[in-house]
Structures are given as structure tokens and as C-alpha cells.
Design a protein around this ligand. Structure first.
Ligand code: HMG
Ligand code: MG
Length: 301
């Protein structure tokens, strides 16, 4: 049993959240969002993606956004890169932490990055080598860890295999992701348990989308299993452009509320996070997907 009471939230809203939002936000709003998040006590904020702008138009301003955000000492600002080209552009923009991403199912990977799983790992090899030489931290994602929009069921052994490869290639942390939000707690727990037989639990993170409303329950099950790093997005925005029907990540406000209620610490000021989530939903002109933000802002009016 993991008795550590500290949980690190990896805020992915500016990247995973915004990448699938139809309303194109100008760089100034994205910068204001990240700067606000930097004041909440978050320790890790995934800020943007250096992917092809043709594939993800919302994040075509990655370099400008990364340049202009306030970098608070002690806060990590990773960015997503799909290949060496993205890595180089990210480095030129000043990034010192990156995330690479592949999947446990072939069809999803093909739709998302136009590569097989093996090809994607080959693409990451030079990224990981350069990163090691340059002292850049690399995080790895395994998408479709609890189900694939094309293949359906994904064998746990496939998730374990890909996660292990990313870790062995040098990723300091591997985030196992329920990209389409279909997982349920016992399955999530079994998957994490199996991955943790190969990778130390302290190097694992969980990443849930909330399509079927299971994300908080899944996180609770994974906390009981021992994980202490959780990905989430303020206001529960977004989804994956290459996973039709998938909704946003679990809302950071809801995760933090649950964690604090359990006596776990995050270092995050929930009121500031709620204010940021309410502000973001106004920018996107849509209601927040966070139940906590809805409850608090309704109570205020
Ligand atoms: P491709 O078309 O196969 O690539 O795309 P290519 O190598 O043939 O290049 C085509 C063009 O893209 C070229 O330009 C390249 O220069 C350019 P052209 O000569 O045609 O003008 N290009 C780039 N431009 C900017 N930055 C780059 C870059 N690389 C190539 N890094 C590629 C392959 C990987 C580029 C493309 O498929 C892509 O960008 N995919 C990104 C998809 C994406 O961002 N998906 C969402 C993120 S993943 C996710 O959300 C899941 C996660 O949250 C976890 C979970 O929930 O599961 C992480
Ligand atoms: Mg995601």
C-alpha cells in the first residue's frame, strides 16, 4: 500500500483540453490561461503541442505561446512532440521538458500519428537520445490503454509492452491513458497493477477522459493501487481529435476536490483553480464540464 499523501497533478488543459476545442483561442488567451494556472500551485502544466498544424490547427501558435508564458520557478512546462522535427522546434522555443505519445492499439496510432506502434517508437529514439544529451526530461503516453475506438478491447499485455518500451527508452514517467473514457474502476486497477509489475509505481501516471463518467472512480481505484501522479484538465475541456466521440479529460477541479477530501495534498489552491476554470469556460463560451466549478459558481450567483 502506498501511504504517501502527496499527489502531483499534471495539468493538461492547455494542450489536451484545447486541442479539440472548436473555438480557436488567440495566443493571448492561452498565455493568460497558463499564467493563471501557474499561480494555483500546480507543479506541472503541459502547455502546448509541437505537432503538425495541419493535424491540430488549434495549437499552430505553439512556439509563440511557449515563448511568452511566465515560467514560474519550480513549475515544469512540458510540451507534446510527435517526432524529431517537433522536438527541435520545441527546443528552439525554449522547452526543457517534452512528452512523446504512442498507443497500445495499432489502428488508433495510425489515425493519430500516421505510424504503427513500432514506427512511432523508432521516431522517438532520436528524440530520447537528443533529450538525454541535452538534459531534457521526457514523459511518455500510452493511449487507448482501456479501449480503442477502432479495435474495441485492448489486451492488458499490449499496454504493458508499450509502457515498458517507453520506460526502457528513457521516459522518466509513463502516463497510461484511457483516451476514449470507456474504462471502469476494476479494469483500470488491473491494467495499472499489470504495468506496475514492469515499471516502478513512482514512474507511472494515470490519464482519464470522462466520456462515460467513470474518471473519478477510476482515479480512486488507481490511487488505492498506489499511483500518485494524475493527469487532468481544468474545466474538463477537450478530447482527442482522432478518437471520435471522446469527451474531455476529467476536470482538474473535481480531482483536486476529491483528493483534498481524502486528506491527500496537492499544493493546489482549489478556489484559484475554480476561478480559472470558470474564466476558461467563459472564453470558450460553453459551460464548464467541472461539477465543482458548476457547484461553486452557481452558489456564487
Ligand atoms: P505525416 O503527415 O505522416 O508526417 O504526419 P510527415 O512526416 O509526412 O510530414 C507531413 C508534413 O507535416 C510536412 O510538411 C512536415 O514538415 C510537417 P509539408 O512538407 O507537407 O509542408 N511536420 C510537422 N510540422 C510541425 N511540427 C511537427 C511536424 N512533423 C511533421 N512536429 C505527424 C505525422 C506526426 C506530424 C502528424 O500525424 C501529427 O502531427 N499528428 C499529431 C496528432 C495529435 O496531435 N493528436 C493529438 C495528441 S495525442 C492525444 O491527445 C492523446 C493523449 O492525450 C493521451 C490520451 O488521452 O490518450 C496524449
Ligand atoms: Mg488525452
Amino acid at each position: 500500500m502506498n501511504t504517501d499523501s502527496q499527489v502531483r497533478i499534471v495539468e493538461v488543459g492547455p494542450r489536451d483540453g484545447l486541442q479539440n476545442e472548436k473555438t480557436l483561442l488567440p495566443p493571448d488567451i492561452k498565455i493568460a490561461l497558463i499564467d493563471r494556472l501557474s499561480s494555483t500551485g500546480l507543479k506541472t502544466i503541459e502547455t502546448t503541442s509541437f505537432v503538425s498544424p495541419r493535424w491540430v490547427p488549434q495549437l499552430a501558435d505553439a512556439a509563440e505561446v511557449f515563448h511568452r508564458i511566465r515560467k514560474v520557478p519550480g513549475v515544469g512546462y512540458p510540451v507534446l512532440v510527435p517526432n524529431e522535427q517537433g522536438y527541435r522546434i520545441a527546443r528552439e522555443a525554449g522547452a526543457s521538458e517534452v512528452s512523446v505519445f504512442t498507443a497500445a492499439s495499432e489502428a488508433f496510432n495510425r489515425a493519430n500519428i500516421n505510424a504503427s506502434i513500432a514506427e512511432s517508437l523508432q521516431r522517438f529514439q532520436p528524440v530520447l537520445e537528443e533529450a538525454k544529451a541535452e538534459g531534457v526530461k521526457v514523459r511518455g503516453y500510452v493511449s487507448t490503454a482501456l479501449g480503442c475506438p477502432y479495435q474495441g478491447e485492448v489486451p492488458i499485455a499490449d499496454v504493458v509492452k508499450v509502457a515498458k518500451q517507453l520506460y526502457e527508452m528513457g521516459c522518466y514517467e509513463v502516463s497510461v491513458a484511457d483516451t476514449i473514457g470507456v474504462g471502469t474502476p476494476a479494469k483500470a486497477r488491473a491494467m495499472l497493477h499489470a504495468v506496475a509489475q514492469e515499471i516502478p509505481m513512482h514512474a507511472l501516471a494515470v490519464h482519464f477522459h470522462d466520456t462515460y463518467g467513470q474518471a473519478l472512480a477510476n482515479i480512486l481505484a488507481c490511487l488505492e493501487e498506489g499511483v500518485r501522479v494524475v493527469d487532468s484538465a481544468v474545466s474538463g475541456t477537450g478530447g482527442c481529435p482522432y478518437a471520435k466521440g471522446a469527451t474531455g479529460n476529467v476536470a482538474s477541479e473535481d480531482v483536486v476536490y476529491m483528493l483534498h477530501g481524502m486528506g491527500l495534498t496537492t499544493g493546489i489552491d482549489l478556489d484559484m483553480l475554480v476561478a480559472t476554470g470558470a474564466w476558461l469556460s467563459a472564453q470558450l463560451n460553453k459551460p464548464s464540464a467541472s461539477r465543482v466549478t458548476k457547484a461553486r459558481t452557481t452558489a456564487d450567483t
